[in-house]
Ligand binder design. Sequence first.
Ligand code: FA5
Length: 350
Amino acid sequence: MADLKDRVEGLRKAFEAEALKVGDAKSLEELRTAFLGRKKGHVTLLFEDLKTVPAEGKREAGRLINELKESVTVRLDAIEGQLSLAWPSVSGTSAEAKLDLTLPGRKKYVGAAHPLVLFQQEIENVFLGMGFTIEEGPEIETDYYNFEALNFPPHHPARDSWDTLYIKDDLLLRTHTSPVQIRVMEKKKPPIRIIIPGRVFRRETPDPTHLPMFMQIEGLVVDEGATFAHLKGTLEYFIRALFGEKIKVRFRPSFFPFTEPSAEVDIECIVCGGQDKSCRVCSGTGWKEILGSGMVDPQVLKNVNIDPEKYSGWAFGLGIDRTAMFAYGITEMRHFYENDLRFIRQFGAK
Ligand code: FA5
């Protein structure tokens, strides 16, 4: 038994010494065969010798040999793992083991701002340059802020044009950024000159220019002597700053319960220039609406305790996604949300 113990120890040391020399798959396989080979492996032969050990020592001897077998196997597997992780050596013998230095490197991409975020920042910068400041508000709103304070009485038919997603009776996903106008006017007194970017939600079937979740940027100015001429001049300046001096812009009369008079603003269809009767973006009209606007209705000012005899205001709500389509010449708004990296990497992600 003492003799077997010594042989186990001797083999363990011999194995360790050999294991340190292994440098490739071939020498690893040779070492595995030498110690664990089915017929003549050193450890295998020990099991043969076990038969000659007297009965009272068999159990202990078996344990020692099994431990040796286990530690040899674990060590061989670990070496195999290390070899497969290592770079193939240039001097390797097989063709595939050679490192091909002429292959192009693998590009590592770092994260970058989403194209809509970049575009939102571009819009914000134009307005920050004109002295506006940025405000934000909640995406989950009450009926009061989304509708009632904005002059939509309950059951008013104009509510139908905002297909609303309700959470419960009085709580809804805001359908526009206009409720933040009310929240700000409740807290701040004129002069007010703000923009409000944010996500809005509507029960809409997606198509190339409509989504059920999209982004708006609201603008609000309240001051003594604010007029429609200021609204028109500011929006024209903004649109030319984004699209260049030559862009064609038109103001079209419209209706919103919270502004009077109201106007929608269209820009020429950058996709077809009005030349394609089957254009999926402008439906062949040559124009596409990008924002709604108007003079703040005196009733809305009264709702927030601002005296409409002293102050007047104007406001607008621009679709960020819709406008970004034109700025980047994209014919499908859904691309912005599908997160296809081939699309996204065209906008600043390096
Ligand atoms: C409004 O949401 C008003 N709150 C805008 C407003 C603000 C008027 C302040 C007056 C004063 P409208 O529903 O038209 O209006 O939406 C404004 C803009 O959002 C549209 O011109 C368009 O650019 C964008 N938009 C509207 N619906 C969608 C949609 N389903 N998907 C993407 N963009 C949309």
